[in-house]
Design a protein around this ligand. Sequence first.
Ligand code: CAA
Length: 394
Amino acid sequence: MNFELTEEQIAVRDAARDFAQRELKPGVIERDKNMTYPTEQIRQMGELGFLGMMVDPKYGGGGMDTMSYVLAMEEISKVDNSCSVIMSVNNSLVCWGLEKFGNEDQKQKYLTKLATGEWIGAFCLSEPEAGSDATSQRTTAVDMGDHYLLNGTKNWITNGSSSSVHFVVAQSDPELKHKGINVLIVETSWEGVDIGAKEDKLGIRSSDTHTIMYNNVKVPKENRIGENGFGFKFAMKVLSGGRIGIAAQALGIAGGSYELALAYSHERETFGKPINKHQAIAFKLADMATDIEAAKLLVYRSAWMKDMGMNFDSASSMAKLFASDIAMKHSVEAVQIHGGYGFVKEYHVERLMRDAKITQIYEGTSEIQKIVISRNVVKGNLYVETQPKNLQEA
Ligand code: CAA
């Protein structure tokens, strides 16, 4: 077993760390407070290659492995989780899915723009009554011969207003249940795409989360991803990969909280000594460090399994489940270590604590991760490590 990072992975991690500290940190408190979308920061991230990291360079991407992507997500999430969720959705749910399952025309037309950050994408699955229960799609895509007619409402859509394309999950044949679902590429400039109000959220406040309405949107047939009825499998596979990104985000939140708490524990003195010389604080730091190292093993392993072409469904669910729980637990502890200072915005830990909560909810709640893991455990599938070559035939 080799735990060493390659030179390229170290360079990516260091570049992301430097960018996050130098470019994201200075304005992050204000953007969070005012719910300001990080337009300039996302432009820079596109230029630096953080928005299409795993995409083949022939489509304008960075051609990197999932491990490099995870390391970059982790560093950016130590500082700005609005930027990292925008990055995660574009890389994992949009670019990766399109590169793996889209056809060449779709890649030439859309992936080349998405991988460079010229365009941002959104993944539109959740509905008012279909979040966890993803097969219960009410949005319809009726086959009209040369196009689909799309109608319905999606909510909690990350990149809802900043995106130029939406990947919309919709039901084309309710009798076939999940086998009637398709995913359509919809340009947001098309007639009938209406963006609802921006959500006022507890955390990741400067990312744009919206309800989207589709009213009689005409979507050309060539914009369907995969064969007719492949949409649900596409959504499940893409979310499995997405969960690695969100697990890395959670790991970054835990790591960022820990780094801030550790630095503060050296500076702050009580009863004549730095607070980390008191066992009450030192043991909290020990628990944080141990959990973060354990989470790294799960998150990095899931990335490695994906890169090796293994089945990573359980691994990514385990990584997200564990990392999001420790992000929540230790961001709360970081606030506690800061005492009263932790409760004010200037010290950054209260924001990380607010950001942590969503990692237990989006891209599948912790309870959904337990469904995925337990089904694999019960089937005895946990260590089946072969990925079907062609998912459409799987
Ligand atoms: N890969 C490929 N196929 C898969 C799969 C996977 N990982 N998981 C399931 N499938 C297939 C199954 O094999 C089955 O296919 P067949 O009928 O051909 O056998 C089909 O999909 C249906 O599977 P299930 O019977 O397991 O479906 P289910 O209704 O029991 O649901 C679930 C399973 C895991 C609970 C699923 O509904 C789920 O993941 N729900 C959570 C959805 C979610 O993550 N929502 C978050 C929204 S997106 C978001 O948050 C993005 C953002 O903006 C940040």
